[in-house]
Design a protein around this ligand. Structure first.
Ligand code: DGJ
Length: 506
C-alpha cells in the first residue's frame, strides 16, 4: 500500500492516502482517552461512530511508550491502529513527548526523576518551571530517539497505512515566563545569534541587541524550532509520514508567556519554516471566535490549513464550510470529539481559565448532531471539493460580527445574509461551488444567498431553477425542485445542499 504523503500539484498541497487525495473529516479525543484501549472501546468509539468522520486524532504519550530508558512498549499504538481499522477510519497520532501545552508532563518518570541531566527552564528569579528546556540537548536527543522508535515501529506494523499523519509535540512554547532563564538559557541568549538567524533576518549581535523587545520570543522560537527539527528529522528518517506542529494561538493578554512563547504563532511562522524544515506545516488550534481571521493568518505564505483542534461547540458544524470552501483546508477536527454527542457538564471554569479558552467554546449542546450532518454532506462530495480547492470556483464563509458576506465568482456574485433564528442550531456557514458558468452548488446552513450581476455590470441576475439534493459518493442525488413559495436560495437550520441555475439579463 502506498504510504501517506504530501504532494504539491497545481499550486496546492494535497495529502495522499491510499494513492488518492484525502481530506480529513476528523475529531480529536480528550488527552487521556487513548491511554486505555478498553476505555477507547467502551467510551470513545461508540460515541464517535455516528459522526461520519473519516479520521480520529489520538495522543501517543512518551511516558507509556518508553516506561524504562530504551524499553519501548507499543501496545497502545498497535491497539489504536487495530481498533481504527475495525472502525474503518484513519488515525493521526499526536506525539506527546517533551512538550504538551507549555509543560513537560508527558515525559517518562525516569526523566522527571533526573532533573540534573534533563534540566528544566527557569524563570527570571531562578525558580524551575515545569518544562524541560529546549536547550537541553540530552533531553531532545532522548525524545528524538523515542519518536524515531515509534515511527520505525509504525513503518513495519502499520502495513495498511492506517496512520496518515503525525503531530510533533503539542502546543509548544513556554508558559509563565518570556524566555528560559536557566544557566544555559542565559548563556545562549547573551551569545551572538546563530548565523542561520542572521541569514534569515539580516540581524546580528546578541539576541537583545539584534531584536530588542522581540528578542525573548524570537530566542525561544528559534530554540523550540531547532529542537523540534532534531526530533522531526529523526522520525522522518525512520518513516517519512507527513508531520506538522500545532499552535496555541497568540491571544489576550498578548504578552509572550501568557500564551506559550516560542510556539508556532502566525507572526513567527517564518522562523518555524526556516528552522524546522522537516515539519511539513503549521496547524492552528482554533478555540477563538474569529475563525476566519485565524484561517487567513495560517494560510498566508502558502502554509496549508489543517485544524487539529476546533471548538467542540456547535460553531464547528458551520466553520467547517469556511475551512474547506475558502481556505482549502486539508482537514478539520473538533477537540473533545467523544463528548460532543453527549450531555456533558459545563467545563470546569478553573481549567478553562488556565487554558485561556472561553467556556462557550466547550458548550457541546446539540453539537454532535449538527457536526454529523455537516460531515455527511461534505463526505459525499470530497472529490469535488478536492478538485476545486484553492481555485476561484470554490468559496466558503461563516457568520461573523460584521453582517453578511459577498461571495464573488467570475460571472456572478452572491450576497449572503445569515439567518439563524435561535440558539437551537449553529450560526450560519456554507460554501458555494461554481459547477459551470451558470450552475452553482450551495451547501451549509442558516444563510440565504441572492445572486447579483457583477459589480458595475448593468442588468439583473435571475434564478432559473433551484433543486435540493445531496452528493452521495460524488454523485448528485436530486430531491425536490423548489419553486413557488420555496423558490430562493434559503438554507435552513440543518446542513443541506441546493443546486441552482442563474442567468443574467440586460
Ligand atoms: C489545547 C490542547 O492542545 C489540548 O490537548 C487540550 O489540552 C485542549 N487545549 C483543552 O482541553
Amino acid at each position: 500500500m502506498d504510504k501517506p504523503h504530501l504532494i504539491m500539484a497545481e499550486g496546492r498541497l494535497s495529502l495522499m492516502v491510499d494513492g488518492r487525495p484525502f481530506l480529513v473529516l476528523g475529531g480529536e479525543v480528550h488527552n487521556s482517552s487513548a491511554s486505555s484501549l478498553d476505555y477507547m472501546a467502551r467510551e470513545v468509539w461508540p460515541s464517535v461512530r455516528n459522526l461520519n468522520l473519516n479520521t480520529l486524532i489520538v495522543p501517543v504519550s512518551w511516558e507509556l511508550l518508553e516506561p524504562e530508558p530504551g524499553r519501548f512498549d507499543f501496545t497502545i499504538p498497535d491497539g489504536l491502529i487495530e481498533q481504527a481499522r475495525r472502525e474503518g477510519v484513519k488515525l493521526v497520532l499526536l506525539w506527546f513527548g517533551l512538550w504538551k501545552n507549555g509543560i513537560s508532563s508527558y515525559v517518562p518518570g525516569w526523566m522527571k526523576a533526573d532533573p540534573d541531566t534533563y534540566f528544566n527552564m527557569r524563570d527570571r528569579w531562578g525558580k524551575a518551571l515545569p518544562a524541560v528546556s529546549p536547550l537541553c540537548s540530552r533531553a531532545v536527543e532522548r525524545d528524538a530517539k523515542a519518536f524515531s522508535a515509534l515511527l520505525s515501529h509504525l513503518k513495519s506494523f502499520d502495513k495498511e497505512r492506517t496512520v496518515i499523519m503525525v503531530q510533533v509535540e503539542n502546543e509548544m512554547g513556554l508558559l509563565g515566563e518570556c524566555r528560559d532563564f536557566s544557566e544555559e538559557g542565559r548563556r545562549a541568549y547573551e551569545s551572538p545569534v546563530p548565523p542561520q538567524v542572521t541569514q534569515l533576518t539580516r540581524k546580528s549581535g546578541a539576541w537583545q541587541e539584534a531584536f530588542g523587545d522581540e528578542a525573548p520570543e524570537l530566542f525561544m522560537t528559534y530554540s523550540y524550532a531547532s529542537a523540534t527539527e532534531r526530533i522531526a528529522r529523526a522520525g522522518r528518517m525512520a518513516y517519512h509520514l507527513p508531520m506538522y506542529v500545532n499552535a496555541w494561538l497568540e491571544q489576550y493578554p498578548w504578552y509572550p508567556g501568557s500564551y506559550p512563547t516560542g510556539g508556532p504563532i502566525a507572526r513567527h511562522m517564518d522562523f518555524w519554516k526556516a528552522f524546522a524544515p522537516s515539519v511539513d506545516f503549521i496547524a492552528p488550534d482554533i478555540y477563538l471566535p474569529d475563525f476566519e481571521k485565524v484561517c487567513g493568518e495560517y494560510t498566508a505564505g502558502g502554509n496549508p490549513l489543517f485544524i487539529p483542534e476546533a471548538r467542540p461547540c456547535m460553531d464547528s458544524a458551520s466553520n467547517i464550510f469556511a475551512a474547506f470552501g475558502e481556505y482549502g483546508a486539508l482537514g478539520f477536527s473538533p477537540f473533545a470529539i467523544e463528548s460532543i454527542t453527549k450531555e456533558v457538564p459545563p467545563p470546569d471554569p478553573a481549567l478553562m481559565a488556565e487554558l485561556n479558552i472561553m467556556a462557550e467554546a466547550f458548550y457541546t449542546y446539540r453539537s454532535g448532531e449538527y457536526l454529523a450532518e455537516s460531515y455527511r454532506l461534505l463526505g459525499g462530495m470530497l472529490d469535488l471539493i478536492q478538485k476545486n480547492r484553492g481555485t476561484g470556483r470554490l468559496h466558503g464563509f461563516t457568520e461573523h460580527a460584521n453582517g453578511g458576506t459577498l461571495v464573488r465568482f467570475q460571472n456572478v456574485d452572491f450576497l449572503i445574509s445569515y439567518t439563524r433564528r435561535d440558539r437551537e442550531s449553529p450560526k450560519g456557514g456554507g460554501l458555494i461551488l461554481e459547477l459551470s458558468e451558470n450552475r452553482y452548488l450551495l451547501c451549509g446552513l442558516n444563510f440565504t444567498a441572492v445572486p447579483r450581476p457583477k459589480y458595475a455590470e448593468p442588468g439583473r441576475m435571475e434564478l432559473i431553477s433551484v433543486t435540493e439534493g445531496r452528493y452521495e459518493s460524488g454523485r448528485w442525488e436530486p430531491c425536490r425542485r423548489l419553486n413557488g413559495d420555496e423558490l430562493g436560495l434559503r438554507l435552513g437550520p440543518r446542513p443541506q445542499a441546493l443546486m441552482c441555475e442563474v442567468q443574467g439579463f440586460r
